[in-house]
Design a protein around this ligand. Structure first.
Ligand code: FMN
Length: 166
């Protein structure tokens, strides 16, 4: 499939064929598409939680408008938007800065100052503002994973119909 054909193939699937399972290789490919996604300032503000346990899926379904896809899908990926890690002075932010190519102490210090000022002025160490920003990045990863699945002829469904406070 060319890219346009992939986008045309992808749709929000309501009824999965439960007799079909995604292979380990295919699933690795899909997760890798998520992992390689761009994120604002490269903080990769997501965790991908793969939920295969039946009882756990039933509990998630109960707080997800009882949507059938939660239990009928071959693989359920819950995307967690990072909040506490994206606060000023967090060790996660320092770790992500340390991954960068420039290793001179003054470059690292300059980057730390940039992140400090950027995070504080935009998100004010506020959970909701930080969540909204991380959530935007998670959507990019989700899109890449859905399109990667489509490129393999695998259906998917994004689910935002859940009670976030449950
Ligand atoms: C952020 C987001 C959340 C969504 N949440 C749900 C959902 O909870 N349940 C569902 O069946 N579809 C959900 N959808 C799918 C949309 O309803 C669907 O993408 C839209 O109607 C267009 O249809 P298509 O994706 O088949 O082209 C969601 C889509 C997005 C982008």
């Amino acid at each position: 499939m060319n890219y346009l054909e992939i986008l045309k193939f992808r749709h929000a699937c309501k009824i999965f064929d439960e007799s079909k399972k995604i292979s380990a290789g295919e699933f690795d490919f899909i997760l890798e598409a998520g992992r390689l996604s761009p994120s604002s300032t490269g903080l990769e503000q997501w965790d991908f939680l793969v939920v295969q346990n039946k009882e756990l899926r039933e509990k998630i379904k109960a707080v997800s408008w009882n949507q059938a896809q939660i239990t009928s899908c071959s693989h359920l990926v819950v995307i967690l938007a990072k909040i506490k890690e994206i606060k000023v002075g967090s060790s996660y932010v320092d770790k992500m800065i340390a991954r960068r190519a420039d290793k001179e102490p003054e470059m690292i210090a300059a980057r730390q100052k940039f992140y400090h000022d950027f995070l504080l002025s935009n998100f004010k160490n506020d959970d909701e503002l930080t969540f909204q920003w991380s959530h935007e990045q998670c959507m990019i990863a989700a899109t890449n994973m859905m399109n990667a699945a489509a490129s393999l002829g695998i259906d998917s469904c994004p689910i935002e119909g859940f009670d976030r406070h449950a």
